[in-house]
Design a protein around this ligand. Sequence first.
Ligand code: ZN
Length: 177
Amino acid sequence: MRTRTVDFGAVRDDLGDRCFICELVAGSPDFAHHVVYEDEHAVAFLNRYPALYGYVLVAPRQHREHVTSDFTRDEYLGLQRVVHCVGEAIRRVVPTERLYILSLGSRQGNRHVHWHLAPLPPGLPFEQQQLAALDTNVCLDLSDAELAELAQKLREAIKASAAEPYAIDDEPRLEEA
Ligand SMILES: [Zn+2]
C-alpha cells in the first residue's frame, strides 16, 4: 500500500482553536470525513491519517473532553455499544489479527473525546505491533475513491452488526450485594 508522511505540527497549526470533530459534526466542508456510522449521540468516521488500513474514530457528537467524568455511566456505555458495533464491523471487513481500541487526546490538539479503533493486520513482527503500529507520522496514502469504498463496506457491516441481538441483557447491572 502507498504511504505518505504527515506533518502533524502543520495539521495542528492549521486547525488552530477549532475542534475538528465539532467541525465535522457541523458539516464544515474543510473537515468532511468518510462517516461510517452516526446516530443522535455518536459519530464514527475514517481516520484521515490512517497508520493502519481500516482505522476508524468514534466520538460523541457533543463536545466532551474527559473520557469518563464528562459522561454519565449510561452515556459512556452507550458510546461503548457503538465502539463494539463498529469494532465488529472493522474485524469483518479488514483482516485483523487484533483490534486496538484506545482514547488519547490533548488539550493542545484534539480535546474532543474520541476512541481510536485500529485493526492490526496479521503477520506484523512483534516490534511493529501495539503502540509502535500507531506512533508514526507515516500514514496510508489512500485515494478518496479507496476511502469511499472502505467506508461503504464498513457501513454495510455496521448495519448487519447493529441488527444482531445482544447476547446479554441490554441494561448493565451491578452485582447485587
Ligand atoms: Zn469538539
